[in-house]
Design a protein. Structure first.
Length: 131
């Protein structure tokens, strides 16, 4: 999946502009790279185009252990957006990532995450403003 197509799908799913989708994608990828092992992050990054690939790279092999609430807060802080928008963005970005890398690769990488992350890993219901 090309960079522009990835952002367009994430933007549509989250109900945000392309600029906001780019910011949310970068923040989500950087926090995800911190939360899963370096090897899994590398596997997820492999089929993606730049700069998506570079946002998932990490020098740390060992994943940091924090919960889903902290994940959302970290993305919100990095993207400088409200928590609700960050959560909708995370769901949209991760659904688009699943589509881009394939279900099996996505499940392999996210298997490291506790069950509390399931709400973020499920496909978004629609644009954030349409709830």
């Amino acid at each position: 999946m090309e960079y522009d197509a990835f952002l367009a799908k994430a933007a549509e799913r989250a109900g945000v502009s392309l600029d906001v989708a780019e910011t949310l994608t970068r923040a989500t990828f950087e926090v995800l790279a911190d939360r899963i092992s370096g090897g899994e992050a590398q596997d997820l990054a492999e089929p993606l185009p730049e700069p998506l690939k570079s946002w998932l790279r990490t020098d740390e092999e060992i994943a940091k252990g924090y919960g889903a609430d902290s994940f959302v807060r970290r993305v919100a802080d990095r993207a400088d957006v409200p928590r609700e928008l960050a959560e909708a963005g995370i769901r949209a970005v991760l659904a688009t990532l699943r589509e881009a890398v394939g279900d099996q690769e996505f499940r392999n990488a996210t298997a490291q995450l506790p069950r509390e992350y399931d709400v973020l890993l499920s496909k978004p219901a629609g644009p954030a403003g349409a709830r």
